[in-house]
Every structure is written in C-alpha cells, then in structure tokens.
Design a protein around this ligand. Structure first.
Ligand code: PXP
Length: 238
C-alpha cells in the first residue's frame, strides 16, 4: 500500500497572500487526516513565504498522523526542527528566487555538512530523508551519510513530454531499486497531479507520495476532504 503525505504549504500561501488568519492551517491538516492522509507535510522555507514557525509548532501539537518537515540545511531552520521534533525531516535544496523546489539536493557534494545535520536530527528520533533527483550517485551518497529515506524528485517527469516521461520513469525506477538494495526506503513527490500520477505507481517499492499543489488547487472547488479522497483513489486506495 502506497501512503499519501499531503503537503499543505499552499493553504498557507493563500493566507500569506493577504495577511489574514484564514485559512486555518491546523484545520487544513485535520481535514486531510480525516479524509485518510497518512501524514502532513510542510516546508518551512528560509523566506517564510508560506508556512511560519508558529504553524509548525501548532501542527506538532494537533496532528494525529505524522508530521514531515521539509527544510534546507540551514542552521536557523535546523534549530526549529530540533526544538519541534517532527516525525520526519526531508532535506531539500532552496533558492530564494525559485517558485518551488527546483531539482534535487546535491548530497554527494555536501556529504560532510549533511551528515552532521542527519546525525543531529536522528539523535532526537527524527527520521531523515534526502530529496534527490533519480541519480545513482545521489542515492549512494544518501545511504553513505546515514539517511533512512530518499524522496525521488518527480518534477522532471511531471514537466516532460510523453517520450521524456518514459525515460524519466526508467531513471526513477532504477534509482528506487538501487536505493532499496542499499537499505533505503523510497518516497517520491513534486509536480504530481490527478492526471499524471498513474505511471508513477509502478516505481518499485514506493513507501509514500508527497503531494501538495494539485490537491490544494482541487480543494478550491470541491473542498480539501474530497480532494484528498480523490487523490487516495488515484493511488489505488479507498
Ligand atoms: N516533496 C518535496 C520535497 C517538495 O519540496 C514538494 C514541494 O514543496 C513536494 C513534495 C510537493 O510538490 P507539489 O506541491 O508539486 O505536489
């Protein structure tokens, strides 16, 4: 059974767009859980463009599934993570000007620094994942620094034409197989929607899909619970 992590960053984007107190992020997480989400994901970005520290603290208290915090390898955000202690942390690259996370983390080039961050989080009992492109060097580097999970970046797949998608699916499957051989668990996410998801389900041994933007967009029309339920059906659940 593939699990669904619902990323609620863009509920916070709507709130931040007007500086209001609504929509309520804690309520968003509760609706996603009520509809069957296996976990809630938020990205505390350095520029705080959507999720705020107070959201992470409130979610830590309210959610009943698992809290997955996406973060860059940045000392200020690490301090928040070590204090709040999410169930999981997914290390991601971050550039201030980007619209969203573009490309995976270069774990291979930053082994020393990332290994120290992984150790600090694991010492608190946090499960750590590396958000990487489906590149075997990055898979091997993630295993070498002691991460328990990788999350495969599916953005290239999502943005490709039919031919490109075929090639990218093969890279994703090969990376997943290598990761599992090395004892890593495999998540995937980014750019996945109700229409492009089905072929991704064939990646061997997938643990969790983390999906945000498409679910929040669907929720604008049909409500968050129905949008999550429909995504669960799309991944073959419920
Ligand atoms: N996984 C990671 C590591 C991400 O950074 C994001 C975007 O915040 C997602 C999954 C979800 O991507 P999307 O919002 O395109 O579904």
């Amino acid at each position: 059974m593939i699990k669904l992590g619902v990323n609620i960053d863009h509920a916070a984007s709507l709130r931040q767009a007007r500086g209001t107190v609504y929509p309520d992020i804690v309520q968003a997480a509760a609706y996603a859980e009520e509809a069957g989400a296996d976990g809630i994901t938020v990205h505390l970005r350095e520029d705080r463009r959507h999720i705020q520290e107070r959201d992470v603290r409130a979610l830590r208290k309210s959610i009943r599934t698992r809290l997955n915090l996406e973060m860059a390898d940045n000392p200020d955000v690490l301090a928040v993570a070590l204090e709040v202690v999410p169930d999981e942390v997914c290390m991601v690259p971050e550039r201030r000007q980007e619209l969203t996370t573009e490309g995976g983390l270069d774990v291979d080039a930053q082994r020393g620094h990332l290994a120290a961050t992984v150790r600090a989080l694991q010492a608190k009992g946090v499960v750590v994942s590396m958000f990487i492109d489906p590149d075997l060097n990055q898979v091997e580097a993630s295993a070498a620094i002691g991460a328990e999970y990788i999350e495969l970046h599916t953005g290239t797949y999502a943005n490709a034409d039919a031919e490109g998608r075929k090639a990218e699916l093969e890279r994703l499957a090969n990376a997943a197989v290598r990761a599992r051989d090395l004892g890593l668990k495999v998540n995937a996410g980014h750019g996945l929607d109700y229409a492009n998801l089905a072929p991704i389900l064939a990646i061997p041994g997938l643990d969790t899909l983390n999906i945000g933007h498409s679910i929040i967009c669907r929720a604008v029309f049909c409500g968050l619970r129905d949008a999550v339920r429909e995504m669960l059906r799309t991944i073959g659940r419920g």
